[in-house]
Write a protein of this length. Sequence first.
Length: 183
Amino acid sequence: MASFEGQLLFVNAAGRRLLGLSPDKDVTKLALADLHAEAGLSRGAHIREHGSWQGERVLRHFETGVLIPTQVSSFIVRAPSGEQLCFATVQRDMREKNMREAQLRQAQKMEAVGRLAGGIAHDFNNLRTVILSYTSILGSSMAPDDPAREEVDQIALAGDRAAMLTRQLLAFSATSCNAPGTT
């Protein structure tokens, strides 16, 4: 809880762990600005006027200074008479969720690259098949001592080497499309 002026009044045990505040730390000597990456005071006026505020903010770990992305929900705390006393805030640490989302995006990128590699491999293999077919036809119609036979044989060898590249692309495609976190 905090005053509308930005003075901390209370931080529960979970909040203390998140912020790196010891259980015996007197939080009433701290201001919201001590724990926020940005001033953090701008929502006080909004909460007072509208009764609540929700959004994302970044907290600063008290001891290490590490920035912690959080999902925030703040609301007015009222006296039984209805008078606005202060505001309370619930903050959800978003680091793990953000990390999982980044991993999912990476897996999706790998899957897309794998699918692209598989498509290229199949198209490349189709072209290779045509080249090798015509090379075979050309080679079979040539005399054994034809001076161009060596060039035709080199085309056939290049086609065989291209088969290895096709297999590698297909293997990459299979692993990328079956990476953990992909479908």
